[in-house]
Design a protein. Structure first.
Length: 211
């Protein structure tokens, strides 16, 4: 069977006019180059709306792979996240609201580990010349919200399908043209695309083997 892949990114936020995560999610769906059914969605940077959207998308598409993408303003590498936590704070989001000490899923587990094969993914990214590292936590804002919500949604799926469900999140650097003087160099769009495409190849190969 052809693997189904859901890739999510985010709309611009905090006064910016671009967000690499949304742009690259759409670009990956358009020209990923694999035998897979790849769907991309750009999510709102709004607490509760972001997690509701990813839950609805998972229920609709029943994906084998969920790859969340988000922007990390000061990053200079791709950053593959290990843990999503049931905690949200920050803002203002794009609805203008601020939050303190909210649960992403009320009553849910404290945290979930990503089900991505992180060591293999890092090797694949670095193998194509793209800087990458792992990161313990996706933070406490909308990126973490989406990772936690996706992991929680897939944890409740049927046992026969959950064996091939792979869920994780990647923080991306800004594009160089988005970076102000003295704030680092960012990373070119095409270089980021190459690293994400390498990741996708590993994940699709693993899904095909599992089925």
């Amino acid at each position: 069977m052809t693997p189904t892949v859901l890739i999510t990114g985010f709309e611009p936020f905090d006064g910016g006019d671009r967000n690499p995560s949304g742009e690259l999610a759409l670009e990956l769906a358009e020209r990923h180059g694999f035998a897979a059914d790849v769907r991309a969605e750009v999510l709102p940077v709004v607490f509760r709306k972001a997690s509701a959207a990813v839950r609805d998308l998972i229920a609709e598409t029943r994906p084998d792979i969920v790859m969340g993408l988000g922007l990390a303003g000061g990053a200079s590498t791709l950053r593959v996240e290990r843990i999503g936590v049931n905690f949200f704070r920050g803002g203002p989001d794009n609805d203008g609201d601020r939050y303190e000490d909210e649960e992403v899923i009320p009553g849910g587990p404290a945290a979930y580990f990503s089900t991505f094969p992180i060591a293999r993914l890092l090797a694949a990214i670095e193998g194509c010349g793209v800087p990458a590292r792992d990161s313990l936590s996706a933070g406490s804002y909308c990126c973490n919200e989406v990772l936690y919500a996706a992991l929680h949604a897939c944890a409740g799926r049927s046992p026969e399908h959950s064996e091939v469900a792979s869920v994780g999140f990647v923080h991306l650097p800004p594009f160089p043209e988005m970076v102000g003087e003295g704030s680092g160099s960012g990373m070119m769009c095409e270089l980021q695309f190459r690293g994400l495409q390498a990741m996708l190849g590993v994940l699709i190969g693993a899904a095909e083997t599992a089925t």
